[in-house]
Write a protein that binds this ligand. Structure first.
Ligand code: RRO
Length: 304
């Protein structure tokens, strides 16, 4: 029997376990389609809100030795405007997941209803933007609010709901448990880490916003630790995110307990071929180690 990369997460069928992370190239239907055609198992949009948002002033992104630092400030056309892109994005043949945010519980529910009616396959709640204090992060740090928020959204939509959590909390497992109690179908861990870079000549923070979110290889051990802790706390599937650049990184997340992985920064640093490369490397690992299905690998690092 051939080894298979096909897997299922929260009722979403994936032809392979690699997913375009939110925030990277995810606002145009034609680009989402190209990424699906390049081999991603699913694609996630940039976070969408109720109304259009310009985002922060430049510079919004800086490449560091250890990864990328960004503070885009949630630029997006608004959920209604994005609806035109859905049918184009879905031509790529991969499930389309809408990342959404809101400034209140009721706003999250409204945006969820809009994108669900527009025909996306699932919703990822961004409860974890590291530097926009009026939205996700404050909500995502409070277990009771997370439970309430997920419960409200689940009442409004029939498609799977995924809660994207931040590692910038004292217990991510506790927040994941609250999301599960609210009815979340899956957890994404993690978003970027709060961070800063200073230009030593100008003697000022490089990003216009000052604080940003660090992504890329530097945060992979944090992401893996979070997935490991969440796996021990909940029964719903986990999507691992943070620093996946090669097949071995994806395998590490899967062994920690992720059912699939998201790729963001490596799409910027390595191009959209990264999905095909990571999948081939995961397949190679499975062959060498005698695994037929990705699901057999999930959580193996927890076995005594
Ligand atoms: O738009 C952003 O600046 C941003 C968001 Br919403 C997020 O969730 N994570 C991030 O690193 N940047």
């Amino acid at each position: 029997m051939q080894n298979s990369l096909a897997t299922q997460v929260a009722g979403i069928r994936l032809r392979n376990p690699t997913i375009l992370a939110s925030g990277v190239l995810g606002i145009s239907g034609s680009i989402l389609r190209r990424i699906a055609e390049a081999g991603a198992g699913a694609v996630i949009t940039k976070s969408l809100g109720l109304i259009p948002r310009a985002g922060y002033k430049n510079p919004t992104i800086v490449e560091l030795e250890v990864g990328l630092l960004n503070a885009m400030g949630l630029p997006n056309p608004g959920a209604e405007e994005f609806l035109n892109e859905i049918s184009i994005a879905k031509k790529g043949g991969a499930p389309l997941i809408a990342s959404i945010f809101g400034s209140s519980l009721s706003e999250f529910s409204k945006v969820a209803e809009i994108v669900a009616k527009g025909g996306v396959d699932a919703i990822e709640l961004n409860l974890s933007c590291p530097h926009v204090n009026t939205t996700g992060l404050i909500l995502g740090q409070d277990a009771n609010l997370v439970k309430e928020l997920v419960k409200n959204v689940k009442r409004k939509v029939k498609i799977p709901v995924i809660a994207k959590l931040s590692s910038n909390v004292s217990s991510i497992a506790e927040i994941a448990k609250a999301a599960e109690e609210g009815g979340a179908d899956a957890i994404t861990a993690i978003n970027t880490l709060r961070a800063m870079a200073i230009d030593i000549n100008v003697k000022k923070p490089i990003l216009a916003n000052g604080i940003g979110g660090l992504s890329g290889p530097a945060i992979k051990p944090v992401g893996v630790r979070c997935v490991y802790e969440i796996y021990e706390a909940v029964k719903i599937p986990i999507l691992g995110a943070g620093g996946v650049t090669a097949g071995k990184d994806a395998v590490e997340y899967i062994l920690a307990g992720a059912s699939a992985v998201q790729i963001g920064t490596a799409v910027v640093t390595r191009g959209i071929e990264v999905f095909k490369d990571v999948n081939e490397e995961v397949k190679e690992y499975m062959k060498e180690n005698g695994y037929k299905e990705v699901s057999e690998l999930v959580g193996q690092a927890h076995k005594a």
